[in-house]
Write a protein that binds this ligand. Structure first.
Ligand SMILES: NC(=O)c1ccc[n+]([C@@H]2O[C@H](COP(=O)([O-])OP(=O)(O)OC[C@H]3O[C@@H](n4cnc5c(N)ncnc54)[C@H](OP(=O)(O)O)[C@@H]3O)[C@@H](O)[C@H]2O)c1
Length: 279
């Protein structure tokens, strides 16, 4: 598995496994065990996915040494403040059955992100988290957080796929030496992603599926991808992206699919901020 070195020297797999919308305990546990068997080592969860206990059971049963796994979880909005982050971190750690986390992210750019960040810096310095980062931060919010704190975020996890390529964010993250991680690499199938004619054509060129083309495109751009699936066959398919290469022209063609807007929602929309608050 190809890895990326984060700005604090920690190694992270370039391909991981996402577990959003897997709140059924048995389905989640079975999916994570299947994913680990397929070769995935990075598991991306969140307190708000309500499946950290299922992941604990999969970690316990998988027979892979802890240090070979890379476990990410995220701090939810209501806990995004100094005290809340300390408390929520311990709760997540306990639910996951771990004594340290590989990556802890502020899930959304709302509430007291500065207070939460100071708590996360302390947990990092105590050795309880190997790397800390954020998710869904626009470049301006991220720069603000970076300039007025001690530790720079290692990662910004943001919606990124062929229809929403985050080109200016990607440039900004490179300049700041903060790693770009994609969520929703397939936009959950929105925008008719799996039937996109260009992606299908490029797939045919390489005898690969649209999903494989998208994941390959992301990793060739050095963007970490964390696709989600409950199907073992698709886990395998999504993992088989290291035996082909997209040409410069194919990368350029995919670049033209960008619509520059989310397939989900705008994090700056007040209605969304209210909705996240009420969740
Ligand atoms: N930070 C954030 O705010 C945030 C937000 C959203 C997601 N995430 C993270 O990013 C991960 C991935 O995003 P996501 O789950 O929203 O969506 P996604 O990975 O873009 O898409 C998942 C969907 O694609 C299907 N799929 C997976 N592989 C496929 C394949 N090879 N062929 C056809 N269909 C396939 C899955 O169906 P089946 O399961 O039926 O196979 C599922 O419906 C999440 O699980 C989560 O860890 C983070």
């Amino acid at each position: 598995m190809k890895t990326i070195t984060l700005n604090n020297g920690v190694s992270i797999p370039i391909l991981g496994f996402g577990v959003f919308q897997m709140s059924d305990f048995q389905e989640c546990k079975r999916s994570v065990l299947d994913a680990i068997e397929c070769g995935y080592r990075l598991i991306d969860t969140a307190a708000s996915y309500f499946n950290e206990e299922a992941i604990r059971e999969a970690i316990r049963e998988c027979n892979i040494p802890r240090q070979e796994l890379f476990i990410t979880t995220k701090l939810w909005v209501k806990d995004t403040n100094y005290e809340g982050a300390k408390r929520a971190f311990e709760t997540s750690l306990q639910k996951l059955g771990l004594d340290y986390l590989d990556l802890y992210l502020i899930h959304q750019p709302y509430n007291d992100v500065f207070g939460a960040w100071r708590a996360m810096e302390e947990l990092y310095e105590e050795g309880k988290i190997r790397s800390i980062g954020v998710s869904n931060f626009s470049a301006d919010r991220l720069l603000d957080l970076t300039l007025y704190n001690k530790i720079k975020p290692a990662i910004n996890q943001i919606e990124t796929h062929p229809l929403c390529q985050q080109i200016s964010q990607n440039q900004f993250l490179k300049e700041q030496n903060i790693q770009h991680q994609s969520w929703g690499p397939f936009a959950e199938g929105r925008g008719n992603m799996f039937a996109n004619p260009l992606l299908m054509q490029i797939g045919e060129n390489h005898n690969k599926s649209v999903a494989q083309v998208i994941l390959r495109w992301l990793i060739q751009k050095e963007i970490i991808a964390i696709p989600k699936t409950t199907s073992k066959a698709r886990m395998k398919e999504n993992f088989e992206i290291f035996d082909f290469e997209l040409s410069f022209e194919e990368m350029e063609q995919i670049g033209k699919l960008d619509q520059g807007v989310s397939q989900f929602f705008d994090h700056r929309d007040p209605k969304i901020i209210q909705w996240m608050h009420d969740r």
